[in-house]
Design a protein around this ligand. Sequence first.
Ligand code: ZN
Length: 492
Amino acid sequence: MPRVSIRIPTPLRPFVDGRSSVEVEASTAREALARLTEDNERLRAQLYGADGQLRSFVNVYVGDSNLRDLAGDPELSEGVELSIVPSIAGGREPAAADLPATADLPRAEELPDLTPDELRRYSRHLLIPEVGLEGQKKLKQARVLLIGAGGLGSPLALYLTAAGVGRVGIVDHDVVDFTNLQRQILHDTPSVGSPKLESARSRLEAINPNVEVETFETRLDSGNALEILDGWDIVADGSDNFPTRYLVNDAAVLLGIPTVYGAIFRFEGQASVFGAEGGPCYRCLFREPPPAELAPSCADAGVFGVLPGIVGTIQATETIKLIIGQGRPLIGRMLLIDALQMQFRELSILRDPSCPVCGDHPTITELIDYEEFCGANVETGSGADGIPEMDVLELKRWLDDGRRFQLVDVREAYEWEICNLEPQGARLMPQATLPTRVGELDREATIVVYCRSGARSAQAVEGLRSSGLEAINLRGGILAWAAEIDENMPTY
Ligand SMILES: [Zn+2]
């Protein structure tokens, strides 16, 4: 039987004694995964849903092909490498002709002139044929919006400003924290306690006074995102949380602006270009956000200080390539960076025609509530441990099996009026009343908690568990029940 290795991403390594790769003997890909998880229930639960299928934010690559796209269960040959890639869905080798080489470029005659000072400042660019005078003028004309002035935003802002991008916008609402200085090189020790935008502006204006810096001291949300993003040529996403990532993606797709994506986790990074014409968007790959334990924030999990420098610099490179229209952009490709092994790998990804935002028949045509959408993945302060959860199929099975458990609805009474699981035995206990009503719950039974989409109930589960009760969150809430089990149920 062939011996194959399975590459394990950082978040899953605690389930395999910290190893970065595990060798198994298996003749097919699915058999290899079965071997990997046969004695490891916790890892199994990370990779597979209650329906026995790989969860939608987990992808397994055989070589550089996504298992989802390979027919059946491919046979393995000796020494082949499988990779588990969380949070990346979809993936086929895109035909080069399907993808645009560049973003929309301004016509040469509309480009601004360079001053003698600029000609001297950018002389090392002017000497490169791929940039030259025309490329430098395109940079001067370009307008790039950075989401976040943190780890990724720092090298992005510094290099784009130094390179002469005419207008650099930054959205951020944080102040500089002492713990930021290990990686956020835009800021310095004297700026601790000041708004990041203030420290960013003074640093950038000192580097290149020709660049116009526009700052947005606000938290990006559904109410302001379209207005803030409108009019920029490119968005460079350096955000550090899922609600903002989905918000930026959707807003940029709706406005037709490409997003240069970067993400970091400990020693591992990802970079790509989303939302370019013909290319995939973030949702084509990450249809749903992963549970918190697979994607804790840097504050929870830590990050190697140089890593955002590497990834942010790759984002700056891609941004400049899109502006000057040179080279092969990371459209349809996800670059994976492992700083510890110093390995760069690339996975092919393609626009998903069924994508809810950039697909052929989009269902998301305006911005939604992203905190709610990302549900239990909003930071709860529970660290990397996560909150136990089940999906609606599993709940249905529990009900069908007549299993003993208590079903609790933590929404408000007016929501209960619209739809509820009373026929399934649910009891209404609004979240705010829960702490005083814990005594009403059966301490011997497992308690399954639901709300509209899973965010409030995750908090409730955390509270119940800290009171010593065995509680589980219903992932996706009653909306998931309506979507997957009872299509006649009214939703809101
Ligand atoms: Zn998409």
